[in-house]
Design a protein around this ligand. Structure first.
Ligand SMILES: O=C(O)CCC(=O)C(=O)O
Ligand SMILES: [Mn+2]
Length: 196
């Protein structure tokens, strides 16, 4: 959904995320086994947060470095989930990815969630990126889309398990973040409703 959030809404979200990062600082995730750092830094808000370390990829209630619980998902984001996610259960995790100029994210599926019936709602803020979307199996045809600040992508329904990734950031294409870079937020439902 190109241009879904206007400038004012984007700035309000940045303020919210500043609050989250103040309580749950960005950490450097690493690849399971190899320990190779991912190029993004991340944090989370919500009852659960996605983490990556030598032991694997998973959702957990605590920040991996500080050991404290993740801060709550800001109301503006739960409202956005209600508006565009249209799912019966609230989101449980909001992953915050911070991309510096040279960061990227390889093609992958989002499938660490137990409830794959729920969509993933993704918000782009700051510099543009080249986003790539493929098929539900690895190696299929892909299309590239330039995502701009304020765009929303919903991975849901038949598209819930498509491969996707970020090939590059276009530095200095947005003035939203004082020091540049790109922030991506993904709202996720992790557990089936029975676990509420
Ligand atoms: O940065 C993006 O647009 C995508 C992020 C993503 O795919 C993820 O965090 O799983
Ligand atoms: Mn993803």
């Amino acid at each position: 959904m190109p241009g879904f959030l206007d400038r004012e809404a984007q700035l309000a979200l940045i303020e919210d995320i500043r609050g989250v990062v103040g309580q749950a600082p960005l950490f450097q995730p690493v690849m399971p086994r190899t320990g190779k750092p991912l190029s993004v830094r991340m944090t989370n808000c919500g009852p659960l947060g996605w983490v990556a370390d030598r032991a694997g990829y998973r959702y957990q209630p605590q920040h991996p470095v500080t050991g404290t619980r993740w801060p709550a998902i800001p109301e503006r984001l739960t409202a956005l989930w209600d508006e565009v996610g249209a799912y019966s259960q609230p989101p449980e995790a909001c992953l915050v990815n911070f991309y510096e100029e040279t960061a990227k994210m390889g093609l992958h599926q989002d499938r660490d969630e137990e409830d794959l019936g729920a969509p993933v709602v993704s918000v782009s803020l700051g510099d543009d990126c080249l986003f790539r979307v493929g098929q539900t199996t690895r190696g299929g045809r892909t299309v590239s889309i330039r995502l701009r600040s304020g765009d929303i992508v919903v991975l849901g329904g038949e598209g819930r398990l498509v491969y996707h990734g970020v090939d590059r950031i276009y530095p200095a294409t947005s003035t939203l973040l004082k020091n540049g870079g790109r922030i991506n937020l993904t709202l996720r439902r992790v557990r089936p409703a029975a676990f509420e």
